[in-house]
Design a protein around this ligand. Structure first.
Ligand code: SR1
Ligand code: MG
Length: 402
């Protein structure tokens, strides 16, 4: 009996042959081509093709962090990812990969192969912005947020979904890596010596620390919707329209999903746009930086328009009037800004850095990192005074140009 608890390129074909749900998807009675392409922090990822050209992706969680085997990690995260994918597919099939199968014994998801797409972060790093993708993801966040919230679901069903999607171990990672470790001395942290005074300034800023503390509390307690939970530019596939092929944008890697604040997903992307803009500026492309800094507004306005368009179908219009909608929209925007700042800062100081900055020459890297830290702080502290996304992005641009 083959052991499938940790797949290899040599055992994938035998694994597929014993999954009835995949019999129609891929043939295993002929040659099967398997490559392992996982390059994230956590999982094994195999792309499989059969002789007829059919393909799929297998994603298997390891019992530890891929990049640090001494760091144990629950394999149950696969079940969380399967649930988020299935639920988000019901809410917005256009913007997620199709889930073909989930094997809860071996922690393997079989997913649509999106190899004709590219990871958005890699594209941004190469100077290709794909600006249309921001609005698509704004609609994805709105649809998944609305349809998994009390506005879109029966209250009993909504609570059952919230209970099924509880994700304590991966939430704890975010709580630690995003909201705590960057603000304390911790072995996970590392910055260039030239950026040490920038980090010290952040840690001495009591107003900033209070906002981070409140943001962490809201992350841990504000169960608004089933969020993606790790929606940075490395979790989005993009494909331009060309030669009869339509444009496509898909959010993947939702293993950090749980019932959390809707603004967290928006903020994750926003913070990573700031990082991408800092790279573009460091490399001498102010026009591209400016184009990238228009993306938070595209993301936000598509989110807002879509959420407003769904609002008339809310489940109780006796108490949830339009004044409630206005209050929610304002809260989502404030949350998005504070989480954008927190997500930008963590990628500079803490564990799991961003290739946008890390692949810069150190001379350029220290200036870009400083700009991101200062811009992140401004997003957090100035979000109440500057109450539009455009105004906050103008402030971000000014800081990055300093
Ligand atoms: C140990 S996991 C480190 C990071 O990778 C993921 O992409 C999440 O952002 C997490 O914080
Ligand atoms: Mg990931």
């Amino acid at each position: 009996m083959t052991d499938f608890s940790q797949l290899t390129v040599d055992t994938v074909a035998a694994y597929l042959a014993q999954r009835p749900a995949l019999a129609e998807r891929i043939r295993t009675d002929g040659p099967v081509d398997v490559v392992e392409v996982g390059d994230g922090n956590l999982n094994l990822v195999f792309i499989v093709h059969d002789a007829a050209g059919a393909s799929l992706v297998l994603k298997q969680s390891l019992p530890h962090v891929r990049t640090d085997p001494s760091w144990p990690m629950t394999r149950e995260r696969s079940a969380r990812e399967a649930l988020v994918l299935r639920t988000h597919e019901s809410a917005d099939a256009e913007h997620v990969p199709a889930l073909y199968d989930f094997d809860d014994s071996n922690y393997v998801l079989a997913i649509e192969n999106l190899s004709d797409h590219s990871v958005w972060r890699s594209e941004l790093n190469e100077g290709r912005v794909h600006g249309f993708a921001a609005a698509e993801i704004g609609r994805y966040v709105a649809r998944t947020a609305f349809h998994t919230s009390v506005f879109g679901l029966d209250p009993i069903e909504q609570k059952k979904l919230a209970a099924a999607s509880i994700n304590p171990e991966l939430c704890e990672i975010t709580e630690d890596l995003v909201f705590t470790e960057p603000y304390i001395e911790h072995p996970h942290n590392a910055v260039l010596p030239a950026n040490e005074p920038d980090v010290a300034a952040l840690r001495a800023d009591r107003a900033l620390l209070a906002e981070i503390g409140i943001a962490k509390y809201r992350f841990m307690t504000s169960a608004q919707s089933l969020i993606h939970g790790d929606l940075h530019t490395g979790s989005v596939f993009v494909r331009d329209a060309s030669g009869g092929v339509s444009a496509s944008v898909r959010a993947f890697d939702s293993e950090f999903g749980f019932f959390g604040p809707t603004g967290f997903d928006l903020g994750a992307l926003w913070g990573n746009f700031v990082i991408a803009a800092a790279r573009a500026l460091a490399l001498g492309s102010p026009e591209r930086a400016s184009e990238i800094l228009s993306l938070p507004a595209s993301l936000w306005s598509a989110f807002e328009a879509e959420f407003r368009s769904l609002w008339p179908s809310r489940r109780d219009d006796r108490v949830w009037g339009d004044d409630v909608l206005e209050a929610l929209i304002a809260e989502f925007r404030q949350d998005a800004a504070v989480y954008a700042g927190a997500k930008a800062i963590r990628r500079i100081i803490g564990f799991a850095k961003a290739s946008d900055i890390e692949t810069l020459d150190p001379v350029l890297r220290q200036g870009a990192a400083r700009g991101v830290l200062r811009a992140g702080r401004a997003l957090i502290l100035e979000r109440k005074a500057l109450d539009t996304v455009e105004a906050l992005s103008a402030e971000t641009a000014a800081i990055l140009h300093e």
